[in-house]
Design a protein around this ligand. Structure first.
Ligand code: PMP
Length: 441
C-alpha cells in the first residue's frame, strides 16, 4: 500500500521512473510523449545535462542560506538575467517556490505599495472569470473558475470578476476583433467606477489564459486598453505568466506580444523547467522605491525564497532558452504543430476552435460546431480524453471548462521547446486516437 496522499484519490497515478528528452517512462517501461510538459512546466524536456550539472554544482557549493541573512550568487545572477530581458521598467525580482506563491506575493506587494503611498482604502482586487491564479487562498480567491472556487467560497476574500477576453465565444458576429477587445476591456473601467476608483488595488490577468480555458490569448488592443484604464485610475496591473511565460509563447515574457508592461509580473513553471521548484515576482522600480522610502521592509516571505539551488537551475534554464535559440524554435515548431492540428482537426465536427500562441496551443471541444454548444458536463469529455491520450502514450492537459456553466471542454498542449519535426506527427497521431472519445460522446 502506498502512503503517498495522491491528488486524485479515486484513481491513484502511475509511477514515473525516468525522463528522457520529450518522454516520461513509467515503471512498466511504457514511454509517454510529454505533450503538455506536465502543466506547461518541462520546457527543456527531461534529462537536460546542463541544468542537472548546474544543480549538482550549486548543491555542492551552497545548498541553502536563509534570505533573512544572505543573498547568493545564483539569486543575483538570475535576477540580472531576468531584468536584462524583461520589458519596460520592470526592475526587481522577488524569488518564490512556485506560481501560487508568486501570485500571493504580488497581491501583498500591491496592497503594501498603496499603504506606503498613503492610500489605505485601496483594497479591492479585480480579476477575470475563467482564470486560474493558484490554489492558495488568496490566489484561489483571485482566480475566477467557478468549479475550483465553489467549495472554498465561504473562506475566500472578496474579489470582483469581469469577463475574460474570449473571441471564439464572446465576440459578436458583426463586431471586429479589435472592437470586441475594447468592449471586453471596458468592463474593467465599469467595475472600477462601480467599486470607487480610490478603493481598487489591482487588476490581475493571464496574458494567455491557460488551465481554465486552454490557451486563449486576448485580441489585439485589449491589454493596451487595460493598461490605459489601470493608469487612469492608479490601479496596479498584475500579469500572471506562471503558465504562459518563460518563452512558451515565443517571447520570453508573454506580455511582449501584447505591447504592455505590467507593474507586477508573476512567473514560475518554465523558470525551473521542472528541475527545481521556483517562481518569481518582478516589479517596477517605482513600486520597489515606495517600500524602500517607506517601511524599508516587504512584509511577506517564505523559508525557501531565493533558494540557491533553485536559482542556479533557473539561471541554467534561462541561459538554455536564450543561448540555444529556443525562442525562434518555439515559433517555428508552433507553425508546424498548429498547421498539423488544423490539417487533422480543422474540419472535425466536435472541435470548434484551434488557438494559442507559440507552443501553448488549445483545442475546444463542442457538441455542435455551428452554434458552439459545449458537451454536457456529465459526459466528462475532458476526463475521458485525458485517459484515452494517456493510454495512447500522450500526456496532454484536457480540462472541463465550467463556463460559469458556459465554456466547454478543451485540451491544452505545451510540449517541450526541443521537440522535433517527427514529434509533431506523433502528437497528432496520438491526439487522433484520443479524439475517438468525441465521436462516441
Ligand atoms: N497562475 C497560473 C496562470 C497557473 O497556470 C498556475 C498553475 N497552473 C498558477 C498560477 C499556480 O502555480 P503553482 O501550481 O505552481 O502554485
Amino acid at each position: 500500500m502506498s502512503h503517498v496522499f495522491p491528488r486524485q484519490i479515486a484513481a491513484p497515478p502511475v509511477k514515473a521512473v525516468s525522463g528522457e528528452g520529450c518522454y516520461l517512462i513509467d515503471d512498466s517501461g511504457k514511454w509517454y510523449f510529454d505533450g503538455s510538459g506536465g502543466a506547461a512546466v518541462s520546457c527543456l524536456g527531461h534529462g537536460d545535462a546542463a541544468v542537472i550539472k548546474a544543480i549538482q554544482d550549486q548543491a555542492g557549493q551552497l545548498a541553502f542560506a536563509h534570505t533573512g541573512f544572505f543573498t547568493s550568487e545564483p539569486a543575483e545572477k538570475l535576477a540580472d538575467l531576468l531584468i536584462a530581458q524583461a520589458p519596460g521598467d520592470l526592475d526587481r525580482v522577488y524569488f518564490v517556490s512556485g506560481g501560487s506563491e508568486a501570485v500571493e506575493a504580488a497581491l501583498k506587494l500591491a496592497r503594501q505599495y498603496h499603504l506606503e503611498r498613503g492610500a489605505p482604502d485601496r483594497r479591492h482586487i479585480i480579476a477575470r472569470r475563467q482564470s486560474y491564479h493558484g490554489n492558495t487562498l488568496g490566489a484561489l480567491a483571485t482566480g475566477g473558475n467557478a468549479w475550483r472556487r465553489a467549495q472554498f467560497a465561504p473562506i475566500l476574500i472578496d474579489v470582483s470578476h469581469i469577463a475574460p477576453c474570449y473571441e471564439y465565444v464572446e465576440k459578436d458576429a458583426d463586431e471586429t476583433a479589435f472592437d470586441y477587445g475594447q468592449r471586453a476591456a471596458q468592463e474593467l473601467e465599469d467595475e472600477i467606477l462601480r467599486l470607487g476608483p480610490d478603493t481598487v488595488m489591482a487588476f490581475v490577468a493571464e496574458p494567455v489564459v491557460g488551465a481554465t480555458m486552454g490557451a486563449v490569448p486576448a485580441v489585439e488592443g485589449y491589454f493596451k486598453r487595460i493598461r490605459e484604464i489601470c493608469d487612469t485610475y492608479g490601479v496596479l496591473l498584475i500579469l500572471d505568466e506562471v503558465m504562459c511565460g518563460m518563452g512558451r509563447t515565443g517571447h520570453l515574457f508573454a506580455c511582449e506580444a501584447d505591447g504592455v508592461t505590467p507593474d507586477i509580473l508573476c512567473i514560475a513553471k518554465g523558470l525551473g523547467a521542472g528541475y527545481q521548484p521556483i517562481g518569481a515576482m518582478l516589479c517596477t522600480d517605482a513600486i520597489y522605491q515606495a517600500l524602500a522610502a517607506g517601511s524599508g521592509f516587504f512584509q511577506h516571505g517564505h523559508t525557501y525564497i531565493g533558494h540557491p539551488v533553485a536559482c542556479a537551475a533557473g539561471v541554467a534554464v534561462v541561459d538554455a532558452i536564450l543561448s540555444r535559440g529556443l525562442l525562434p524554435r518555439v515559433n517555428e515548431m508552433s507553425q508546424k504543430l498548429r498547421g498539423a492540428l488544423h490539417d487533422a482537426f480543422g474540419q472535425h465536427p466536435n472541435i470548434g476552435d484551434i488557438r494559442g500562441r507559440g507552443l501553448f496551443l488549445g483545442m475546444e471541444f463542442v457538441a455542435d460546431r455551428a452554434d458552439k454548444t459545449p458537451f454536457a458536463p456529465g459526459l466528462n469529455i475532458a476526463g475521458r480524453f485525458k485517459a484515452a491520450a494517456f493510454e495512447a502514450g500522450l500526456i496532454c492537459y484536457p480540462m472541463r471548462g465550467t463556463r460559469d456553466g458556459q465554456y466547454g471542454d478543451h485540451v491544452l498542449l505545451a510540449p517541450p521547446f526541443i521537440m522535433s519535426d517527427d514529434q509533431v506527427g506523433e502528437i497528432v497521431d496520438k491526439l487522433k486516437r484520443a479524439a475517438i472519445v468525441l465521436d462516441t460522446a
